[in-house]
Design a protein around this ligand. Sequence first.
Ligand code: G16
Length: 578
Amino acid sequence: MDDSPLQVLTRPTAPYPDQRPGTSGLRKKVSVFQSKKDYLQNFVQSIYSSIDLLDRQGSTMVVGGDGRYFNQTAIEVIVQMAAANGVGRLVIGHHGIMSTPAVSCVIRKYKAIGGIVLTASHNPGGREGDFGIKFNTANGGAVTREEGTGGKGPAQDAVTNRIFQISRTIEEYAICPELRVDLATLSKQTFDLENKFKPFTVEIVDSVESYANMLRNIFDFAALKELLSGENHIKIQLDAMHGVMGPYVKRILCEELGSPANSAINCVPLQDFGGQHPDPNLTYAADLVETMRGGQYDFGAAFDGDGDRNMILGKHGFFVNPSDSVAVIAANVFSIPYFQHTGVRGYARSMPTSAALDNVARATKIELYETPTGWKFFGNLMDAGKLSLCGEESFGTGADHIREKDGLWAVLAWLSILATREQSVEDIIKDHWQTFGRNFFTKYDYEEVDLDAAIQMMEDLELMILEKAFMGQRFAVGEKLYQVEKADNFEYTDPVDGRICRNQGLRIIFTDGSRIIYRLSGTGSVGATVRVYIDSYEKDPDKIFRDPQVMLAPLVTIALKVSQLHERTGRSGPSVIT
Ligand code: G16
């Protein structure tokens, strides 16, 4: 290593108006980061500047990404700017790769002041794809969009607002342009800088090991090993979709728990995810669904690009709806040793997620929180000791062991339940519906819709459903009759800090409890993604096994009619149906 101290430079820059973080960080096309001068540098400087200099100086931060195109380039810049901004130590994943849950785990393990995660999650990667960057705070959780806040209280100080405000007025950034870091070697690298700060250290770590160690303390690995490689072992198929999860799946499921090597597929992280959407749903993980239909495997799962999402499948491709998944884990919570030790403090789901979890909470007399979309709302509750287990319809499931949703945790939770109950996935779900009733759920996603048309539709829809006359309105479709009981724009008062979050989704709730919800996604990068969620409860044993699309067809008809979604957006159908 060169002994001469590295130069620290301050470079002039000009602000961009569009660096407001969305539901989960700043997500844009790679070309935006590449073609707009200092676009990345501006945002990274805004992150560092949002942290008090006193807290930043000599601090530890974590950096990792899902390995997508531009990951390495961005890490080089982040490292050079960390050194110039007084950060004392960076802990970085080997080759710059670290799953989102592992970043959360490593931030907590190293007691870092935060971390930078480079991912656009389930959005496609590659030169033509998306890139993303988000900041996680010391609790290991992401900071996200603070839309619709009440304007009073802690929201004004929220980190995300600070980052955005700084990005709008930024004039310069600090960087050590000559600093070169070796991401390929597990090592500790020290750099002397020609400024007042102490030497700057970079540690390249094996994040798989830290993460695996955490899981060993949550689950009964001996029981899981018996399930996966014992005498009566089950056969599983896990699809890492060429995202970050490959090395984690290989090490934990195959090497440690003994599942055969061919039970894990697409395990080599690729910069473009093999040209696919690394999104674990029925549309984008269709190959896995097809394989599972063959009946050769008892259990299947897929992960997204950064490993926080999961999709669970049973034999013959039996689909576990994510809203049901968290409810089933809740009903079987004591199959997981972690919860035996900690007990269960509370459950939570995002508002559009079906109310399946509510049924378990009610039956077990455990508090249930209904939050806006965005994992950070769960993090607040967890930090306050109010929440143990939570989930979202968007294929996110997790617990208070970290502050991100956790795909592999969800898989091990399910495998723990299979090991305890010695039943198939399908039987477990069907038993669950028989016990608690079933919340039929579907989601229609309309991706890359014209932004203005989508915003106008939402505005008009809001005006209409908030009219007094809409209340009590009846809708008849075939034999079914629905009457509106309540319609609003969902508003959340955080029970921890009293913060009010408004405009979190338009809801139409009918007298039988069925719901239609409309939201604009905060994670897309092109135009708008309109999401329509439908949830309807059924406890009649003769009906609970029916096809959700058939059961929910009347509500879908109403949802499209009320919003005029197709007419307003020029679409004839959704891009993805869950
Ligand atoms: C993020 C958030 C989730 C949210 C999801 C979808 O997940 O962490 O809480 O449910 O986006 O958000 P939207 O409906 O606004 O697109 P991820 O996996 O994309 O980071």
